[in-house]
Each structure stands twice: as structure tokens, then as C-alpha cells.
Design a protein around this ligand. Structure first.
Ligand code: TYC
Length: 99
């Protein structure tokens, strides 16, 4: 008997954990320089990268800051939002799963 013909096959599907986007939302009050400072401190961005992300959120209303594992995305979004809150600004970072 051929080995491959009758042997039931068990398929084990391993799915990669979903990644989450961190999104920066525009507001009318947080100073541009403060947004840039938070992006540099919490997301290890260069001045140039932070400037581009900030100005995109400013012009379009939001901008994806980065994509991370769920817990890392949530921690970064919370820390960055808290930095704004501590300084008295309504700066907001949210997370959402990638498609
Ligand atoms: N719109 C703010 C201003 O004009 C700057 C800003 C940019 C705030 C991006 C939040 O996500 C933001 N001072």
C-alpha cells in the first residue's frame, strides 16, 4: 500500500498574529513642535520623519505612525496620548488592526 494514498492528513494552520496601526489624529490645539517631539520620543523618529507624519495628520486629519504587534501598538499609543494630556493638550493616538 502506498503511504501517501490512504494516510489521513492533518493540516495544521498557523496564523501570524495580526498587526496594529498606530494612528495620529489632528486637533486644533496641540502645537506642531510638541507633536514632533512626541513622535521622536515615543516612536524613535528622526526630525524629518516626525515632521512629515505631523504635517500629514495636520493636512489630512490623520496619519499612520507605524505598525506593531497589538500590545506594543497599544502601549505606544497610550504613552504618546498621555504625554499630550500631561502637557495639557488633546493630542490623540489610536490603534486599529491591519486588514
Ligand atoms: N493642527 C495643530 C496646529 O495647527 C498641529 C497638529 C498636527 C496637531 C498634527 C495634532 O496630530 C496633529 N497647531
Amino acid at each position: 500500500m502506498s503511504d501517501t494514498a490512504l494516510k489521513p492528513r492533518t493540516e495544521i494552520k498557523v496564523e501570524r498574529p495580526r498587526l496594529y496601526k498606530v494612528i495620529l489624529l489632528n486637533d486644533d490645539f496641540t502645537p506642531k513642535e510638541f507633536v514632533i517631539a512626541v513622535l521622536k520620543a515615543e516612536f524613535s523618529m528622526t526630525e524629518d520623519q516626525a515632521q512629515k507624519v505631523m504635517i500629514t495628520a495636520h493636512r489630512l486629519g490623520s496619519c499612520v505612525v507605524g505598525v506593531f504587534a497589538k500590545d506594543i501598538a497599544e502601549t505606544k499609543a497610550t504613552r504618546a496620548t498621555d504625554a499630550g494630556r500631561t502637557a495639557g493638550f488633546p493630542l490623540l493616538f489610536t490603534t486599529e488592526p491591519e486588514e
